[in-house]
Design a protein around this ligand. Structure first.
Ligand code: AMP
Length: 267
């Protein structure tokens, strides 16, 4: 495993003729990240993992400051998996030639996470844009847990590159809660409660699929689960996130707060 702290160095030393799978992360690695990496190792010649907490995608300074970090543990996990290349760049390095590109997110900027996290996806696309300009990668591996992010990056890469976007399924703890770096900010009780909410959402989704027009079910669910401070709970079309849903294309999306931490999930 070779660790690079600078993009230039990486570009000098890596043979980009190899088919390279890229797994961008913000660190505090967990089983979800590891599954993306294993997927990349199966489907690519070499795997490059980045660890970069992108300040541009945080719309809240406190959230950025308290974002979990554990580089030493991350590196141990990556070494165990025999990852080829790890990139841990500085903010200056990533944004050295700040692009003036405007990211048109259109309708998707008004819904789900974008509605509540102003500028978040512009920040996500700005870092992806820097990475694809500077690194000659062939594939990018993204998790289903951040589904709106996946759709936006997929569409962005379709327009701006030949990079293939590969969606990897959400990995969950035994209790059903999706792994997330933010789970580290929660105490045991909150983890348990979040897992129980997750299971309830899954059940609700199965019920809703039998009658997609019954909107009062969602309203009642939110009212019954007030302790969670549910930000949104919505059914959307998985192809384009529109509200044109049917039993085959429907997905349910949730964002909620517990112990001051914002978690998202979908089924
Ligand atoms: P993050 O470090 O949170 O920015 O996530 C890096 C990548 O890991 C993104 O593509 C996420 O969607 C993905 N990811 C995060 N949690 C999970 C999970 N529980 N299962 C699968 N992928 C995940």
């Amino acid at each position: 495993m070779i660790i690079f702290k600078s993009i230039n160095k990486l570009n000098k030393e890596v043979n980009f003729k190899a088919d390279i799978g890229f797994v961008p992360t913000m660190g505090a690695l967990h089983q979800g990240h590891l599954s993306l990496i294993k997927n990349s190792q199966k489907k690519s010649n070499k795997t490059l993992v980045s660890i970069f907490i992108n300040p541009n995608q945080f719309n809240n300074k406190k959230d950025y400051k308290k974002y979990p970090k554990n580089i030493q543990k991350d590196l141990k996990l990556l070494k165990k998996l025999k990852v080829d290349y790890v990139l841990i760049p500085s903010i200056k390095d990533v944004y050295a030639n700040k692009s003036k590109k405007k990211f048109k997110i259109g309708k998707l900027n008004k819904i789900l996470c974008a509605k509540y996290r102003s500028g978040h996806f512009e920040g996500v696309l700005s870092v992806i844009n820097q990475f694809i300009k500077k690194l000659k990668i062939n594939k990018i591996f993204l998790g289903e847990k951040d589904y709106q992010q996946y759709i936006l990056i997929r569409e962005f890469l379709k327009k701006n590159s030949n990079i293939k976007t590969i969606l990897c399924k959400t990995i969950r703890m035994k209790n059903g809660l999706a792994y997330s770096s933010r789970n580290r900010l929660l105490n045991h009780k909150s983890i348990k409660e979040s897992a129980s909410l997750t299971l309830k959402v899954k059940k609700l989704f199965n019920l809703l699929k039998k009658n997609l027009n019954n909107k009062s079910i969602i309203k009642n669910f939110i009212n019954k689960n007030k302790i969670f401070n549910i930000e949104y709970l919505e059914l959307r079309n998985k192809n384009n996130l529109s509200k044109k849903i049917n039993k085959k294309n429907v997905k349910i999306f949730i964002a909620f707060y517990i112990q001051g931490v914002r978690l998202i999930d979908n089924f």
